[in-house]
Write a protein of this length. Sequence first.
Lengths: 75, 150
Amino acid sequence: MKLNKIEVVTDFKHLQIREITDSGGYHRRVLTPDATLAEDEHQEIKDKAEELWTDEVKTAWATFQAEQEVERETE
Amino acid sequence: MSGIINSAGSKSGVIGTTELDYEEGTHTVVHAQTDGTSFAMNSGYQTLSYTKIGRVVHCTGYLVINTITGSPSHTKFTLPFTCASGNEHQGSQNAMTYGVDYGGDGVSIYVGPSQKYCQCISSRDDASYLHVSAAAGDEYAISITYYTND
């Protein structure tokens, strides 16, 4: 698939990716700071992740995830 | 209100006085487990179709879990867009299931704020909900609407 757009969303720097399929349609996926990027990932995405997913962002995302889990468990 | 959404590609248009982005596409679902487990989808049943109008995303699709690694305590599927932050943007809808073992009164698909996944939960009358554990062969017909960021 051909990379079409990278959007950076939320305080946790999610990479919201739009690609174009072989048939011309849009395909979407989201990468979060806890993701391990595939070796064959688009270089532009790797660069963006390297730039934005600082240790601070990764920690904030992990903390948020943990808080969400606790909140749901106690509801 | 009524208006025109352009006819091709990534569409945008004007409805009444509001300019809205319009987009259709697909998302290949993978597991989004956070308990150290994982599962693989049946390749013939792992695609969601989405329509995004403005900030509202609607997804539909039929998902089948093929194989499991570990002993999952929940079931989480990825989504095409991250849900916006804030409790007012969450979404949940009931799902039709086949072969799913749950302990409550049916299965709902829930997406929480700032999450890129939806999770399967089983509500109970006058009690806390239960997480639905993923198992090989579980089938879900999914339809969910939620808000994204842009």
